[in-house]
Design a protein around this ligand. Structure first.
Ligand SMILES: Cc1ncc(COP(=O)(O)O)c(C=O)c1O
Length: 466
Protein backbone atom coordinates (compact mmCIF):
# COMPACT_ATOMS: atom_id res chain seq x y z
CA UNK A 1 0.00 0.00 0.00
CA UNK A 2 1.47 3.31 -1.00
CA UNK A 3 1.39 6.38 1.26
CA UNK A 4 -1.20 7.91 -1.08
CA UNK A 5 -3.44 4.84 -0.82
CA UNK A 6 -2.92 4.73 2.95
CA UNK A 7 -3.94 8.39 3.19
CA UNK A 8 -7.15 7.64 1.30
CA UNK A 9 -8.10 4.43 3.08
CA UNK A 10 -6.94 5.68 6.43
CA UNK A 11 -9.38 8.57 6.18
CA UNK A 12 -12.14 6.10 5.32
CA UNK A 13 -11.27 4.10 8.42
CA UNK A 14 -11.38 7.20 10.63
CA UNK A 15 -14.77 8.06 9.12
CA UNK A 16 -15.93 4.50 9.73
CA UNK A 17 -14.91 4.69 13.40
CA UNK A 18 -16.62 8.08 13.83
CA UNK A 19 -19.79 6.69 12.18
CA UNK A 20 -19.59 3.59 14.37
CA UNK A 21 -19.84 5.75 17.47
CA UNK A 22 -22.69 7.76 15.92
CA UNK A 23 -24.77 4.60 15.32
CA UNK A 24 -23.55 2.44 18.20
CA UNK A 25 -26.87 2.49 20.04
CA UNK A 26 -28.57 0.84 17.06
CA UNK A 27 -26.70 -2.47 17.54
CA UNK A 28 -27.64 -5.20 20.04
CA UNK A 29 -25.19 -4.52 22.88
CA UNK A 30 -24.38 -8.18 23.37
CA UNK A 31 -23.58 -9.95 20.14
CA UNK A 32 -26.42 -12.27 19.17
CA UNK A 33 -24.42 -14.65 16.94
CA UNK A 34 -24.32 -18.39 17.62
CA UNK A 35 -21.03 -20.21 18.29
CA UNK A 36 -19.20 -20.79 14.99
CA UNK A 37 -21.37 -18.38 13.02
CA UNK A 38 -18.65 -15.78 12.39
CA UNK A 39 -16.13 -18.41 11.39
CA UNK A 40 -18.44 -20.17 9.01
CA UNK A 41 -19.00 -16.90 7.16
CA UNK A 42 -15.26 -16.53 6.45
CA UNK A 43 -13.51 -18.01 3.39
CA UNK A 44 -12.01 -21.42 4.15
CA UNK A 45 -8.60 -20.52 2.74
CA UNK A 46 -6.52 -17.34 2.76
CA UNK A 47 -6.57 -15.29 -0.45
CA UNK A 48 -3.98 -16.22 -3.02
CA UNK A 49 -3.97 -12.69 -4.41
CA UNK A 50 -4.17 -9.38 -2.55
CA UNK A 51 -7.65 -7.90 -2.22
CA UNK A 52 -8.84 -4.29 -2.49
CA UNK A 53 -9.13 -2.40 0.78
CA UNK A 54 -12.81 -1.58 0.23
CA UNK A 55 -13.63 -5.29 0.25
CA UNK A 56 -12.00 -5.67 3.69
CA UNK A 57 -13.93 -2.79 5.19
CA UNK A 58 -17.16 -4.12 3.65
CA UNK A 59 -16.51 -7.45 5.36
CA UNK A 60 -15.88 -5.75 8.69
CA UNK A 61 -19.35 -4.29 8.34
CA UNK A 62 -21.00 -7.47 7.09
CA UNK A 63 -19.14 -10.32 8.82
CA UNK A 64 -17.42 -8.84 11.85
CA UNK A 65 -19.88 -6.32 13.27
CA UNK A 66 -22.61 -8.90 13.99
CA UNK A 67 -20.07 -10.77 16.12
CA UNK A 68 -19.11 -7.71 18.13
CA UNK A 69 -20.30 -7.12 21.67
CA UNK A 70 -20.36 -3.37 21.89
CA UNK A 71 -18.23 -2.55 24.90
CA UNK A 72 -18.31 1.12 23.87
CA UNK A 73 -22.11 1.29 23.81
CA UNK A 74 -23.47 3.61 26.50
CA UNK A 75 -25.87 0.73 27.26
CA UNK A 76 -23.00 -1.61 28.17
CA UNK A 77 -23.27 -2.27 31.92
CA UNK A 78 -21.66 -5.73 32.04
CA UNK A 79 -18.48 -6.96 33.76
CA UNK A 80 -16.46 -3.75 34.21
CA UNK A 81 -15.92 -0.81 31.85
CA UNK A 82 -13.25 -1.02 29.16
CA UNK A 83 -13.87 2.53 28.12
CA UNK A 84 -12.00 4.34 25.41
CA UNK A 85 -12.08 7.80 23.86
CA UNK A 86 -11.15 9.43 20.58
CA UNK A 87 -7.88 10.89 21.92
CA UNK A 88 -6.89 7.40 23.05
CA UNK A 89 -7.80 5.87 19.70
CA UNK A 90 -5.65 8.48 17.95
CA UNK A 91 -2.75 7.82 20.30
CA UNK A 92 -3.11 4.12 19.47
CA UNK A 93 -3.09 4.92 15.75
CA UNK A 94 0.09 6.93 16.10
CA UNK A 95 1.67 4.18 18.13
CA UNK A 96 0.84 1.68 15.36
CA UNK A 97 2.11 4.16 12.80
CA UNK A 98 5.43 4.63 14.54
CA UNK A 99 5.67 0.86 15.04
CA UNK A 100 8.11 1.30 17.87
CA UNK A 101 9.59 -1.54 19.90
CA UNK A 102 10.44 -0.02 23.27
CA UNK A 103 12.24 -2.88 24.95
CA UNK A 104 15.32 -0.77 25.71
CA UNK A 105 15.72 2.95 26.23
CA UNK A 106 18.03 2.86 23.22
CA UNK A 107 15.40 1.29 20.94
CA UNK A 108 13.29 4.45 21.23
CA UNK A 109 14.18 6.89 24.00
CA UNK A 110 10.86 8.75 23.69
CA UNK A 111 8.90 5.55 24.29
CA UNK A 112 10.65 5.03 27.62
CA UNK A 113 10.89 8.62 28.77
CA UNK A 114 7.28 9.53 27.97
CA UNK A 115 6.15 6.44 29.87
CA UNK A 116 8.21 7.31 32.95
CA UNK A 117 6.94 10.88 32.79
CA UNK A 118 3.26 10.03 32.37
CA UNK A 119 3.45 7.47 35.16
CA UNK A 120 4.95 10.10 37.43
CA UNK A 121 2.10 12.44 36.43
CA UNK A 122 -0.39 9.78 37.46
CA UNK A 123 1.20 9.49 40.91
CA UNK A 124 0.34 13.14 41.36
CA UNK A 125 -3.06 12.90 39.69
CA UNK A 126 -4.20 10.02 41.91
CA UNK A 127 -2.23 11.26 44.96
CA UNK A 128 -0.45 7.91 45.12
CA UNK A 129 2.46 7.51 47.58
CA UNK A 130 5.52 9.51 46.53
CA UNK A 131 7.58 6.33 46.92
CA UNK A 132 6.18 5.28 43.54
CA UNK A 133 7.86 8.23 41.78
CA UNK A 134 10.73 7.43 39.46
CA UNK A 135 12.95 10.10 41.08
CA UNK A 136 13.49 7.92 44.17
CA UNK A 137 13.89 4.16 44.49
CA UNK A 138 10.52 3.35 42.96
CA UNK A 139 8.83 3.88 39.66
CA UNK A 140 6.01 2.98 37.32
CA UNK A 141 5.72 0.97 34.15
CA UNK A 142 2.89 0.23 31.74
CA UNK A 143 2.04 -3.46 31.55
CA UNK A 144 -0.49 -5.11 29.29
CA UNK A 145 -2.85 -6.11 32.09
CA UNK A 146 -3.39 -6.17 35.83
CA UNK A 147 -2.92 -9.94 35.59
CA UNK A 148 0.67 -9.41 34.40
CA UNK A 149 1.31 -6.80 37.08
CA UNK A 150 0.18 -9.13 39.83
CA UNK A 151 2.36 -11.89 38.42
CA UNK A 152 5.38 -9.55 38.33
CA UNK A 153 4.68 -8.47 41.91
CA UNK A 154 4.50 -12.10 42.96
CA UNK A 155 7.76 -12.93 41.19
CA UNK A 156 9.61 -9.99 42.73
CA UNK A 157 8.20 -10.92 46.14
CA UNK A 158 9.22 -14.56 45.65
CA UNK A 159 12.78 -13.53 44.86
CA UNK A 160 13.01 -11.10 47.76
CA UNK A 161 11.69 -13.74 50.17
CA UNK A 162 14.16 -16.36 48.98
CA UNK A 163 17.11 -14.02 48.65
CA UNK A 164 16.87 -14.40 44.85
CA UNK A 165 17.45 -18.14 45.05
CA UNK A 166 14.14 -19.33 43.52
CA UNK A 167 15.19 -17.95 40.16
CA UNK A 168 18.27 -20.14 40.34
CA UNK A 169 17.02 -23.34 41.87
CA UNK A 170 13.24 -23.23 41.60
CA UNK A 171 10.71 -23.13 44.41
CA UNK A 172 10.74 -25.40 47.43
CA UNK A 173 6.97 -25.41 47.98
CA UNK A 174 7.31 -23.61 51.32
CA UNK A 175 6.21 -20.16 50.20
CA UNK A 176 2.66 -19.10 51.04
CA UNK A 177 0.69 -16.23 49.47
CA UNK A 178 -2.57 -14.64 50.61
CA UNK A 179 -5.53 -12.91 49.00
CA UNK A 180 -9.21 -12.73 49.90
CA UNK A 181 -11.83 -15.15 48.63
CA UNK A 182 -13.01 -12.23 46.47
CA UNK A 183 -9.64 -11.50 44.83
CA UNK A 184 -9.50 -11.65 41.05
CA UNK A 185 -8.79 -15.04 39.47
CA UNK A 186 -5.54 -13.62 38.07
CA UNK A 187 -3.98 -13.98 41.53
CA UNK A 188 -4.63 -17.71 41.50
CA UNK A 189 -3.29 -17.90 37.96
CA UNK A 190 -0.18 -15.96 39.03
CA UNK A 191 0.39 -18.36 41.94
CA UNK A 192 0.30 -21.25 39.49
CA UNK A 193 2.57 -19.62 36.92
CA UNK A 194 5.09 -18.40 39.50
CA UNK A 195 5.51 -21.91 40.84
CA UNK A 196 4.00 -21.07 44.21
CA UNK A 197 1.26 -23.62 43.70
CA UNK A 198 -2.46 -23.04 43.99
CA UNK A 199 -2.59 -24.95 47.27
CA UNK A 200 -0.13 -22.41 48.71
CA UNK A 201 -2.41 -19.48 47.96
CA UNK A 202 -4.61 -18.98 51.02
CA UNK A 203 -7.96 -17.40 50.30
CA UNK A 204 -8.79 -15.35 53.37
CA UNK A 205 -12.38 -14.92 54.52
CA UNK A 206 -14.28 -11.66 54.09
CA UNK A 207 -16.62 -9.57 56.24
CA UNK A 208 -20.24 -8.67 55.49
CA UNK A 209 -19.02 -6.09 52.96
CA UNK A 210 -16.97 -8.76 51.13
CA UNK A 211 -13.70 -7.14 52.25
CA UNK A 212 -10.73 -9.16 53.52
CA UNK A 213 -10.75 -9.73 57.29
CA UNK A 214 -7.35 -8.64 58.69
CA UNK A 215 -7.84 -10.79 61.81
CA UNK A 216 -8.34 -13.87 59.62
CA UNK A 217 -5.25 -12.94 57.59
CA UNK A 218 -3.14 -12.57 60.71
CA UNK A 219 -4.36 -15.86 62.17
CA UNK A 220 -3.64 -17.73 58.92
CA UNK A 221 -0.14 -16.27 58.69
CA UNK A 222 0.50 -17.39 62.26
CA UNK A 223 -0.76 -20.91 61.52
CA UNK A 224 1.42 -21.12 58.43
CA UNK A 225 4.51 -19.99 60.32
CA UNK A 226 3.84 -22.51 63.05
CA UNK A 227 3.62 -25.20 60.39
CA UNK A 228 7.10 -24.24 59.13
CA UNK A 229 5.88 -22.46 56.01
CA UNK A 230 7.23 -19.19 54.62
CA UNK A 231 4.48 -16.53 54.24
CA UNK A 232 5.73 -13.95 51.74
CA UNK A 233 3.00 -12.17 49.77
CA UNK A 234 -0.39 -10.58 50.25
CA UNK A 235 -2.58 -9.20 47.49
CA UNK A 236 -5.19 -6.74 48.71
CA UNK A 237 -7.92 -5.66 46.33
CA UNK A 238 -9.32 -2.17 46.01
CA UNK A 239 -12.59 -2.77 44.22
CA UNK A 240 -13.16 -6.50 43.89
CA UNK A 241 -14.49 -7.70 40.56
CA UNK A 242 -17.66 -9.24 41.95
CA UNK A 243 -18.88 -6.47 44.20
CA UNK A 244 -16.36 -3.60 44.34
CA UNK A 245 -15.38 -4.44 47.92
CA UNK A 246 -12.44 -2.53 49.38
CA UNK A 247 -9.96 -4.55 51.41
CA UNK A 248 -8.85 -2.47 54.44
CA UNK A 249 -5.33 -1.52 53.37
CA UNK A 250 -4.08 0.10 56.58
CA UNK A 251 -4.48 -2.94 58.90
CA UNK A 252 -3.43 -5.34 56.14
CA UNK A 253 -0.31 -3.26 55.46
CA UNK A 254 0.52 -3.24 59.15
CA UNK A 255 0.32 -7.04 59.29
CA UNK A 256 2.52 -7.25 56.19
CA UNK A 257 5.14 -4.98 57.77
CA UNK A 258 5.14 -6.88 61.04
CA UNK A 259 5.57 -10.18 59.19
CA UNK A 260 7.88 -8.86 56.44
CA UNK A 261 5.44 -9.80 53.67
CA UNK A 262 5.22 -8.13 50.28
CA UNK A 263 1.97 -6.19 49.90
CA UNK A 264 0.61 -5.85 46.39
CA UNK A 265 -2.54 -3.80 45.84
CA UNK A 266 -4.77 -4.59 42.90
CA UNK A 267 -6.99 -1.59 42.13
CA UNK A 268 -7.66 -2.60 38.54
CA UNK A 269 -10.84 -0.66 37.94
CA UNK A 270 -11.38 1.39 41.07
CA UNK A 271 -7.96 3.04 41.29
CA UNK A 272 -9.16 5.55 38.71
CA UNK A 273 -11.64 6.99 41.24
CA UNK A 274 -8.67 8.53 43.10
CA UNK A 275 -8.40 11.14 40.36
CA UNK A 276 -11.15 12.84 42.45
CA UNK A 277 -9.94 13.93 45.90
CA UNK A 278 -13.21 12.84 47.56
CA UNK A 279 -12.58 9.20 46.57
CA UNK A 280 -8.93 8.99 47.62
CA UNK A 281 -9.94 7.26 50.84
CA UNK A 282 -9.86 4.03 48.81
CA UNK A 283 -6.07 4.22 48.96
CA UNK A 284 -5.70 4.86 52.69
CA UNK A 285 -2.79 2.70 53.80
CA UNK A 286 -1.28 2.37 50.32
CA UNK A 287 1.89 4.13 51.50
CA UNK A 288 2.99 0.85 53.08
CA UNK A 289 2.48 -1.23 49.93
CA UNK A 290 5.36 -2.65 47.92
CA UNK A 291 3.49 -2.56 44.62
CA UNK A 292 0.23 -1.34 43.13
CA UNK A 293 -1.61 -1.48 39.87
CA UNK A 294 -4.65 0.05 38.22
CA UNK A 295 -5.99 -0.11 34.68
CA UNK A 296 -6.51 3.03 32.63
CA UNK A 297 -7.92 0.49 30.13
CA UNK A 298 -10.85 -0.05 32.41
CA UNK A 299 -12.10 3.32 33.54
CA UNK A 300 -9.65 6.03 32.44
CA UNK A 301 -10.84 6.40 28.80
CA UNK A 302 -7.77 4.62 27.43
CA UNK A 303 -8.29 1.70 25.11
CA UNK A 304 -7.06 -1.76 25.99
CA UNK A 305 -4.28 -2.52 26.79
CA UNK A 306 -2.88 -0.23 29.46
CA UNK A 307 -2.20 -1.18 33.08
CA UNK A 308 -0.07 1.04 35.31
CA UNK A 309 2.15 -0.88 37.70
CA UNK A 310 4.05 0.88 40.48
CA UNK A 311 6.73 -0.40 42.77
CA UNK A 312 8.50 1.18 45.75
CA UNK A 313 11.83 -0.51 45.13
CA UNK A 314 12.40 -1.00 41.43
CA UNK A 315 15.67 -2.85 42.01
CA UNK A 316 13.79 -5.75 43.57
CA UNK A 317 11.71 -6.11 40.42
CA UNK A 318 14.61 -5.60 38.04
CA UNK A 319 16.81 -8.02 39.95
CA UNK A 320 14.05 -10.64 39.71
CA UNK A 321 13.39 -10.13 35.98
CA UNK A 322 16.62 -8.97 34.38
CA UNK A 323 18.53 -11.04 31.85
CA UNK A 324 21.08 -9.40 29.58
CA UNK A 325 21.96 -11.38 26.48
CA UNK A 326 24.83 -10.11 24.39
CA UNK A 327 22.60 -8.87 21.59
CA UNK A 328 20.87 -6.38 23.90
CA UNK A 329 24.05 -4.85 25.29
CA UNK A 330 24.44 -1.15 24.53
CA UNK A 331 26.21 1.90 25.89
CA UNK A 332 23.11 3.58 27.33
CA UNK A 333 22.22 0.48 29.38
CA UNK A 334 25.78 0.13 30.60
CA UNK A 335 25.92 3.79 31.63
CA UNK A 336 23.18 3.03 34.20
CA UNK A 337 21.58 6.36 33.35
CA UNK A 338 18.49 4.99 31.61
CA UNK A 339 15.49 2.77 32.25
CA UNK A 340 15.20 -0.39 30.16
CA UNK A 341 11.58 -1.36 30.67
CA UNK A 342 12.06 -4.88 29.31
CA UNK A 343 13.38 -5.69 32.81
CA UNK A 344 10.13 -4.53 34.41
CA UNK A 345 7.80 -7.15 32.98
CA UNK A 346 7.66 -10.56 31.33
CA UNK A 347 7.84 -9.97 27.57
CA UNK A 348 10.95 -8.45 26.10
CA UNK A 349 9.11 -6.44 23.48
CA UNK A 350 6.78 -3.60 24.32
CA UNK A 351 4.40 -1.29 22.54
CA UNK A 352 4.40 2.49 22.81
CA UNK A 353 1.35 2.59 25.07
CA UNK A 354 2.24 5.80 26.86
CA UNK A 355 1.26 7.79 23.80
CA UNK A 356 -2.45 7.09 24.14
CA UNK A 357 -2.39 7.71 27.88
CA UNK A 358 -0.58 11.00 27.31
CA UNK A 359 -3.21 12.01 24.76
CA UNK A 360 -6.04 11.14 27.14
CA UNK A 361 -4.54 13.11 30.02
CA UNK A 362 -3.79 16.11 27.81
CA UNK A 363 -7.15 16.08 26.06
CA UNK A 364 -9.32 15.87 29.19
CA UNK A 365 -6.98 17.49 31.70
CA UNK A 366 -7.37 16.51 35.34
CA UNK A 367 -10.62 18.48 35.55
CA UNK A 368 -12.14 16.70 32.58
CA UNK A 369 -11.23 13.27 33.94
CA UNK A 370 -12.67 14.19 37.33
CA UNK A 371 -15.86 15.38 35.66
CA UNK A 372 -16.46 12.09 33.85
CA UNK A 373 -15.47 9.83 36.76
CA UNK A 374 -17.73 11.79 39.14
CA UNK A 375 -20.57 11.55 36.66
CA UNK A 376 -20.27 7.76 36.49
CA UNK A 377 -20.25 7.50 40.26
CA UNK A 378 -23.23 9.83 40.57
CA UNK A 379 -25.16 7.75 38.03
CA UNK A 380 -24.39 4.55 39.94
CA UNK A 381 -25.44 6.16 43.21
CA UNK A 382 -28.69 7.30 41.61
CA UNK A 383 -29.31 3.79 40.32
CA UNK A 384 -28.62 2.38 43.81
CA UNK A 385 -31.17 4.76 45.29
CA UNK A 386 -33.83 3.57 42.81
CA UNK A 387 -33.09 -0.03 43.75
CA UNK A 388 -33.43 0.80 47.43
CA UNK A 389 -36.71 2.59 46.90
CA UNK A 390 -38.28 -0.36 45.06
CA UNK A 391 -39.82 -2.95 47.37
CA UNK A 392 -39.22 -5.77 44.87
CA UNK A 393 -35.45 -5.23 44.66
CA UNK A 394 -32.60 -5.02 47.14
CA UNK A 395 -28.96 -4.02 47.15
CA UNK A 396 -26.71 -7.06 47.53
CA UNK A 397 -23.58 -5.22 48.65
CA UNK A 398 -22.46 -1.67 49.42
CA UNK A 399 -21.96 0.42 46.28
CA UNK A 400 -19.02 2.68 47.10
CA UNK A 401 -18.32 3.83 43.54
CA UNK A 402 -19.64 2.91 40.08
CA UNK A 403 -20.80 -0.69 40.52
CA UNK A 404 -24.20 -1.58 41.95
CA UNK A 405 -24.88 -5.19 42.95
CA UNK A 406 -28.59 -5.82 43.31
CA UNK A 407 -31.27 -8.45 42.94
CA UNK A 408 -34.96 -9.08 42.75
CA UNK A 409 -36.18 -10.31 46.09
CA UNK A 410 -37.96 -13.35 44.69
CA UNK A 411 -34.81 -15.39 44.17
CA UNK A 412 -32.30 -16.79 41.71
CA UNK A 413 -34.77 -17.95 39.08
CA UNK A 414 -36.32 -14.52 38.72
CA UNK A 415 -32.93 -12.85 38.55
CA UNK A 416 -31.73 -15.28 35.92
CA UNK A 417 -34.87 -14.60 33.90
CA UNK A 418 -34.35 -10.84 34.15
CA UNK A 419 -30.76 -11.23 33.00
CA UNK A 420 -31.61 -13.50 30.08
CA UNK A 421 -34.51 -11.35 28.91
CA UNK A 422 -32.47 -8.17 29.03
CA UNK A 423 -29.42 -9.58 27.28
CA UNK A 424 -31.50 -11.28 24.62
CA UNK A 425 -33.27 -7.98 23.93
CA UNK A 426 -29.95 -6.42 22.91
CA UNK A 427 -31.04 -3.14 24.49
CA UNK A 428 -28.47 -3.36 27.25
CA UNK A 429 -25.93 -5.79 28.63
CA UNK A 430 -25.74 -6.81 32.27
CA UNK A 431 -23.77 -9.61 33.91
CA UNK A 432 -24.11 -11.41 37.22
CA UNK A 433 -22.14 -12.72 40.14
CA UNK A 434 -22.90 -14.78 43.23
CA UNK A 435 -22.82 -13.05 46.58
CA UNK A 436 -23.56 -14.95 49.77
CA UNK A 437 -24.62 -17.84 47.56
CA UNK A 438 -27.30 -15.81 45.76
CA UNK A 439 -27.44 -14.86 42.10
CA UNK A 440 -26.78 -11.14 41.95
CA UNK A 441 -27.10 -8.67 39.08
CA UNK A 442 -24.31 -6.17 38.53
CA UNK A 443 -24.84 -2.71 37.10
CA UNK A 444 -21.39 -1.44 36.18
CA UNK A 445 -21.35 2.16 34.98
CA UNK A 446 -18.27 3.54 33.28
CA UNK A 447 -18.61 3.67 29.53
CA UNK A 448 -17.39 7.04 28.32
CA UNK A 449 -20.73 8.15 26.84
CA UNK A 450 -23.20 6.73 29.35
CA UNK A 451 -25.65 9.40 30.45
CA UNK A 452 -28.56 9.63 32.86
CA UNK A 453 -31.02 8.72 30.09
CA UNK A 454 -29.26 5.38 29.51
CA UNK A 455 -29.27 4.49 33.19
CA UNK A 456 -32.93 5.54 33.59
CA UNK A 457 -33.94 3.48 30.59
CA UNK A 458 -31.93 0.52 31.90
CA UNK A 459 -33.79 0.66 35.23
CA UNK A 460 -37.16 0.77 33.42
CA UNK A 461 -36.13 -2.22 31.33
CA UNK A 462 -34.88 -4.17 34.33
CA UNK A 463 -38.19 -3.67 36.12
CA UNK A 464 -40.11 -4.69 33.02
CA UNK A 465 -37.97 -7.78 32.29
CA UNK A 466 -39.37 -10.04 35.02
C1 LIG B 1 -9.85 -6.48 40.62
C2 LIG B 1 -9.40 -6.95 39.28
N1 LIG B 1 -8.14 -7.37 39.12
C3 LIG B 1 -7.67 -7.82 37.94
C4 LIG B 1 -8.49 -7.85 36.84
C5 LIG B 1 -7.93 -8.37 35.55
O1 LIG B 1 -7.63 -7.31 34.73
P1 LIG B 1 -6.72 -7.52 33.43
O2 LIG B 1 -7.65 -7.94 32.35
O3 LIG B 1 -6.11 -6.17 33.20
O4 LIG B 1 -5.72 -8.55 33.76
C6 LIG B 1 -9.80 -7.41 36.93
C7 LIG B 1 -10.69 -7.46 35.77
O5 LIG B 1 -11.85 -7.69 35.89
C8 LIG B 1 -10.27 -6.96 38.19
O6 LIG B 1 -11.53 -6.55 38.34
Amino acid sequence: MTPAQFRKHGKTVVDWIADYYARIESFPVMSQVKPGEVRSSLPKTPPQHGEPFDAMLRDVEKLILPGITHWQSPNFFAFFPANTSFPSIMGEMLSAGLGVQGMLWATSPACTELETHVLDWLVEMLALPKTFLSGGKGGGVIQDTASSSSLCALLAARERATNFHSNERGCTGKLVAYASTQAHSSIEKAAKIAGIGRANLRLIGVDEKFAMRPDALEAQIRRDREAGRLPFFVCATIGTTSSNAMDPLAPIAKICRQNKLWLHVDAAMSGTAAVCPEFRWIHNGLELADSYCFNPHKWLFTNFDCDCFYITNRNELIHAMSILPEYLRNKATESGAVIDYRDWHIPMGRRFRALKLWFVIRHYGIEGLQFHVRRHIELAQQFASWVQADKNFELAAPAPLNLVCFRHRSGDETNQRILDNLNRSGKLYLTHTKLAGKLTLRMSIGQTNTELRHVKRAWERIRAAI
